[in-house]
Design a binder for this molecule. Structure first.
Ligand code: NDP
Length: 447
């Protein structure tokens, strides 16, 4: 009983100490409550303050990012880097550029990253960063000037053995290229391993672009297999139409599933004949336009605004856009429509209440910490190639990614069974990632 109380006390402290950071509170609650059975078996973690220490970032950096727009006006954004936990390796996690970014979002993402990175089995700690800069509608030159100003502060906090940023929402290989160019100029050093998600001409890795989306599908494939389902002929909805969504769509189509709907922050397209991914790539990757353009090329498809994408009937739902995308109302729609599984490509895309109702109704949930770990795992493969000064083929990286995702599912599945929570992969992922970090923290003393 006293252990349970302890977890609730810690959550209260987190809420008081980090007022208003609701996404961070949500992420902490979700993880800590699921750790109850572990804490019962390991009272030494309580004694060593593992929980109190794991919810407090080791370092939080907030800085101003002044830059000049194309009209000659001075703009000022806010930059963040939260170095959350380095128990098993240097901090690693993406940068998000989106107007909604504030400390609470970066902290929730950094906190989740600790467990995700541990699940990969690779030596990487947890961190995250970003800015409230909105890349939408900006020229290439504005993006470049912003990235250069951002790096003018960030460079002093990162390094290949210290902290290795990567991409996230609004940050792809173009932005990583500008950030890397500025880092190299300031340091006068071609330290390729300081950033991942780089383009191929600057020591990026083949298959990194595809990794998060492909990895999600490998994980979902394993989860379905363990529950006597498969991907073939399944009807799928994917939210988002960015990096993760596009490559999840590509891979699941290869397995014979039919993706019928995708969206962006304005609205969704529904194409009952199956989404044409080449059109999505043209609109989103090449032209950086809105998804509504799709119906110009495929007039039989529908475009809708102001309605939830999750109201469409599907077998599999893959939220690949942003946090809290599926709430309890959406969850009920999905359940009523016969959905069998959720595969979280985005970070924390399902509210805690929605996850509960999915579990109650025996809907399988592939949790983001495990299911989207393919991105960071492949980033670690990029770091390995950079330090060896060589590059692996697409097939080799993809094979390693598949192996890693298959192994992560196996671990998560075994741990969920071991703790008497079969098919609760959310708890399995949290416990499995936590145990690795907690053991590493125990061996290093109170630091
Ligand atoms: P992108 O910027 O490439 O794409 C984001 C997509 O989500 C866009 O289609 C965007 O639409 C949409 N989106 C963003 N906010 C909203 C919103 N409020 N409502 C509806 N749609 C929205 O980002 P990624 O694909 O890289 O990232 C997507 C998710 O995956 C994020 O949660 C990220 O943290 C997670 N992730 C990404 C990894 C990676 O390797 N890239 C690794 C692990 C996790 P619009 O263009 O209109 O904004």
């Amino acid at each position: 009983m006293s252990n349970i109380r302890k977890i609730e006390d810690i959550i209260e402290i987190v809420k008081k100490r980090n007022p208003g950071e609701i996404e961070f509170h949500q992420a902490v609650e979700e993880v800590l409550f699921s750790l109850r059975p572990v804490i019962k078996q390991h009272p030494e973690y309580i004694k060593s303050g593992i929980l109190e220490r794991i919810v407090e970032p080791e370092r939080q950096i907030i800085f101003s990012v002044p830059w000049v727009d194309d009209a000659g006006n001075v703009q000022v954004n806010r930059g963040f880097r939260v170095q959350f936990n380095s128990a098993i390796g240097p901090y690693k996690g993406g940068l998000r550029f989106h107007p909604s970014v504030y400390l609470g979002i970066i902290k929730f993402l950094g906190f989740e990253q600790i467990f995700k990175n541990a699940l990969t089995g690779l030596p990487i700690g947890g961190g995250k960063g970003g800015s409230d800069f909105n890349p939408k509608g900006k020229s290439n030159e504005e993006i470049m000037r912003f990235c250069q100003s951002f790096m003018l502060e960030l460079y002093r906090h990162i390094g290949q053995f210290v902290d290795i940023p990567a991409g996230d929402i609004g940050v792809g290989s173009r932005e990583i290229g500008y950030l890397y160019g500025q880092y190299k100029r300031i340091r006068n050093s071609f330290e390729a391993g300081v950033l991942t998600g780089k383009g191929l001409p600057i020591s990026g890795s083949l298959a990194r672009t595809q990794a998060t989306g492909y990895g999600l599908i490998y994980f979902v494939r394993e989860m379905l297999k363990a529950n006597n389902y498969n991907l073939k002929d399944k009807t799928v909805i994917i939210s988002g139409s960015g990096n993760v969504a596009i490559y999840a769509c590509e891979k699941i189509q290869e397995y014979g599933a039919k993706v019928v709907a995708m969206n962006d922050s304005n609205g969704f397209i529904y194409d009952k004949t199956g989404i044409n991914l080449a059109t999505i790539k043209k609109i989103k990757e090449n032209e950086r336009k809105r998804i509504s353009e799709y119906i110009k090329y495929h007039p039989c498809a529908e475009y809708q605004e102001g309605k939830s994408i999750w109201s469409i009937k599907c077998d599999l739902a893959l939220p690949c856009a942003t946090q809290n995308d599926i709430d309890i109302k959406d969850a009920k729609h999905l359940i009523d429509n016969g959905c069998i599984a959720i595969g979280e490509g985005a970070n924390m895309p399902t509210t805690n209440e929605a996850i509960k109702i999915f579990h109650k109704n025996n809907i399988l949930v592939a949790p983001s910490k495990a299911a989207n770990a393919g991105g960071v795992a492949t980033s670690a493969l990029e770091m390995a190639q950079n330090s060896m000064r060589l590059s692996w083929s697409f097939e080799e990286v993809n094979r390693k990614l598949d192996d890693i995702m298959t192994r992560i599912f196996k671990d998560v599945n075994e741990v969920s069974k071991k703790y008497n929570l079969p098919s609760n992969y959310v708890a399995g992922a949290n416990i499995s990632g936590f145990l690795r970090v907690a053991e590493a923290m125990m061996t290093q003393g109170i630091v």
